[in-house]
Design a protein around this ligand. Structure first.
Ligand SMILES: CC(C)(COP(=O)(O)OP(=O)(O)OC[C@H]1O[C@@H](n2cnc3c(N)ncnc32)[C@H](O)[C@@H]1OP(=O)(O)O)[C@@H](O)C(=O)NCCC(=O)NCCS
Length: 176
């Protein structure tokens, strides 16, 4: 287990999460503002889990984490930090099963992940990348303190880059 918030547990993905990961990543509405194609099967989900989040834990010590409902133990989606080789930056990302949108859960998970990045991983800055039309995602980034910095081309998409420095995170935390 990596993190605990009021309503969530964030933990590393394991192969046994393949079916839940498939359900999340085969909903076209969930993938609408991402560069990802829908997963085809649980087996495909298993391969993606191995090649991305699980490989990232080994390579960098962190990656996208499974968000688990503390009360029901249901898999709600993912949130977490990912090292982007293309930009040489660490990105906060989040993606939830549709039924759980609109309850502040992405904000709760992302806030905890960003704090972990500064307090435990000693990162200097964290970025967020979004398609501008993804209003919910932009809003989550703003609520956790990231500010628009510039436009970038990444994953073959024109994206807006939001950022927060450790210095601003620390100041923001002491102001709250
Ligand atoms: C983005 C996502 C994770 C947000 O999850 P969530 O748990 O619903 O987010 P939260 O409830 O914490 O916050 C969403 C905010 O966006 C706002 N919002 C959502 N849709 C909106 C819309 N169409 N117009 C204006 N505001 C909107 C909500 O009101 C809320 O802001 P508020 O707290 O100020 O009212 C979820 O929609 C999702 O999984 N989307 C698909 C995957 C995705 O696009 N991930 C991000 C890729 S960069």
């Amino acid at each position: 287990m990596i993190l605990e918030t009021d309503r969530l547990l964030l933990r590393e993905y394991v192969q046994a999460d393949a079916e839940a990961f498939f359900r999340l990543n085969s909903d076209p509405e969930v993938l609408r503002f991402t560069a990802d194609s829908p997963l085809r099967s649980t087996e495909h989900a298993r391969q993606i889990l191995s090649s991305y989040p699980i490989a990232d834990y080994r390579r960098y010590g962190f990656g996208r984490w499974a968000c688990i409902d503390k009360r029901t133990r249901a898999h709600l989606g993912f949130a977490g930090l990912k090292y982007l080789e293309e930009l040489q930056e660490v990105e906060i990302g989040f993606r939830l099963v549709r039924a759980y949108w609109g309850f502040g859960l992405a904000t709760e998970a992302a806030k905890a992940a960003v704090a972990y990045g500064f307090e435990h991983l000693s990162l200097k800055s964290i970025i967020g990348l979004v398609i501008p039309d993804n209003i919910a995602s932009v809003r989550v980034l703003q609520k956790i303190g990231l500010k628009f910095s510039n436009q970038v081309c990444c994953r073959g998409l024109e994206l807006e880059r939001y950022t927060i420095s450790r210095q601003r995170f620390t100041k923001r935390s002491s102001d709250l």
